[in-house]
Design a protein around this ligand. Structure first.
Ligand SMILES: Cc1cc2nc3c(=O)[nH]c(=O)nc-3n(C[C@H](O)[C@H](O)[C@H](O)COP(=O)(O)OP(=O)(O)OC[C@H]3O[C@@H](n4cnc5c(N)ncnc54)[C@H](O)[C@@H]3O)c2cc1C
Length: 416
């Protein structure tokens, strides 16, 4: 019998909540996996919105979001129980990242009362999709060096520039956009976060086709986009604080410690039973190397889950800073690489070719292999995660940056 970590409050006990969720899920959600097809198509997004609405109407959306903004006001232990129970069902996982776990979580931290009341219930109902407009064509790691600009024009702001690698922007309603509002101060001090309507006049969204064939990413162009004052998220020129909070949510999400996602978390590295199924389907189960790989994958997943528990508890108690999410984020990326490579080794040459109706689904193995670099870039690269761990968790000296205290308009750019 499962022993639940009970919250020290008068909230519904986790074990009772789990039981109620189990019955509700059985009666209300379709079984997994979702129907075949492009997982980023318009139909897939509409399906995710509908499923989110079902969760909302059933009282299982936004389990850790406050009740006043449409959530359930419960604990991460309730969320975890729900996630475990939801495994056999189709869930609106498209809405997890970045809408719920990164953008809505940041809105909760940074938004005014009006912004929270306007957007959070809409997100939890599946009516609004939120995305991140952070990375720019000249580079994403040096986020504070961005050049998309917002200029004051009477009581509004005019936005110009371009963002890139925005996951799902073509399907979104709003983007959390970091822009430069002050060029006369060092780079971290002249930024402001805005909530930009994706369908506003002057916003052009172009989809980017990847080597896998997927068109999940977008590039946006902002041409004199007029934004009212209530599009500000946080204070003017305090955008780095806003971005830091958002990045903490992003690292937490990519590392598996966010309390705001429901359902499967593919970014945490595969489950060892997927390798087992693949080995069985390709006739490799007796191969000693394959058996070693499956054992190692299982061990890594045990370590990952323990690490997630440990880091979550340490951040909650204050023993580690929120940036410690970089530890689980780094581990998850390494684990995802490891297991993608193992799957490719087990699939052998068929991972590189396509056989219609292949029961081992080696086409997916090949596509996952092509996409694997994404796991060490999404949510900030693993190199940057190592920097965050060394500087902000271990307190080691900061990396040298020639532009740190220089007014941004005096920083030399594009010269060799
Ligand atoms: C799946 C996925 C989803 C994404 N979704 C979004 C999104 O929704 N919105 C968004 O804005 N962006 C998104 N991104 C972009 C992501 O944030 C960037 O890819 C990431 O920040 C790295 O930026 P870059 O690709 O421009 O690489 P660069 O910054 O150009 O870096 C190139 C390489 O140099 C290394 N490097 C750079 N600086 C340093 C340093 N100081 N020390 C050590 N190494 C360094 C990097 O680690 C990397 O390996 C997504 C990316 C992926 C893969």
């Amino acid at each position: 019998m499962t022993t639940e970590a009970e919250p020290a409050t008068d909230l519904e006990p986790v074990a009772e909540f789990r039981e109620r969720a189990r019955i509700w899920l059985r009666d209300n959600l379709p079984p997994a996996p979702p129907p075949e097809g492009d997982s980023y198509s318009e139909e897939a997004w509409n399906r995710a919105r509908r499923l989110q609405r079902i969760l909302y109407d059933g009282g299982f959306a936004g389990i850790c979001f406050p009740v006043e903004y449409g959530g359930r006001g419960l604990t991460p232990a309730h969320q975890r129980a729900f996630t475990e129970e939801s495994a056999p069902y189709e869930m609106p996982v498209l809405l997890n990242v970045p809408t719920l776990a990164i953008c809505a979580a940041s809105l909760l931290d940074l938004g005014t009362e009006e912004q929270k009341r306007a957007h959070l219930p809409a997100v939890l109902r599946g009516d609004e999709i939120l995305v991140q407009f952070l990375s720019e064509p000249q580079g994403g790691s040096d986020l504070a060096g961005l050049t998309t600009r917002a200029e004051r024009d009477g009581d509004r702001w005019i936005l110009n520039g371009s963002k890139i690698w925005s996951s799902g922007a073509y399907a979104a309603d709003y983007g959390l956009c970091l822009a430069r509002t002050n060029w006369e101060v060092p780079k971290h001090r002249g930024l402001t976060m805005f909530l930009v309507p994706v369908h506003a006049e002057g916003v052009t969204v172009q989809r980017i086709k990847q080597v896998t064939g997927s068109t999940e990413f977008c590039q946006e162009f902002f041409d004199d986009v007029a934004l009212p004052d209530d599009a500000l998220l946080g204070e003017v020129d305090a955008g780095w604080d806003a971005a830091s909070r958002l990045l903490n949510h992003e690292r937490a999400t990519l590392g598996g410690i966010s309390p705001y996602t429901s359902g499967a978390r593919p970014h945490l590295g595969g489950e060892a039973d997927q390798l087992l199924k693949l080995a069985r389907a390709t006739g490799q189960l007796g191969d000693p190397r394959t058996r070693e790989d499956i054992g190692e994958a299982h061990a890594m997943n045990v370590v990952r889950d323990q690490l997630i528990d440990h880091v979550t508890a340490a951040i909650a108690s204050g023993a580690l800073p929120p940036s410690a999410g970089s530890i689980t984020r780094l581990f998850s990326a390494e684990n995802a690489w490891l297991q993608t490579d193992m799957a490719m080794r087990i699939a052998g040459p068929s991972g590189a070719t396509y056989t219609p109706g292949d029961p081992a689904d080696t086409e997916k193995v090949g596509l996952d292999y092509l996409f694997r670099a994404a796991w060490s870039l999404a949510g900030g690269s693993t190199e940057m995660a190592r920097n965050v761990i060394s500087e902000r968790v271990l307190g080691m000296p900061r990396e040298y940056a020639a532009d740190r205290d220089v007014p941004f308009n005096q920083v030399e750019k594009g010269r060799r």
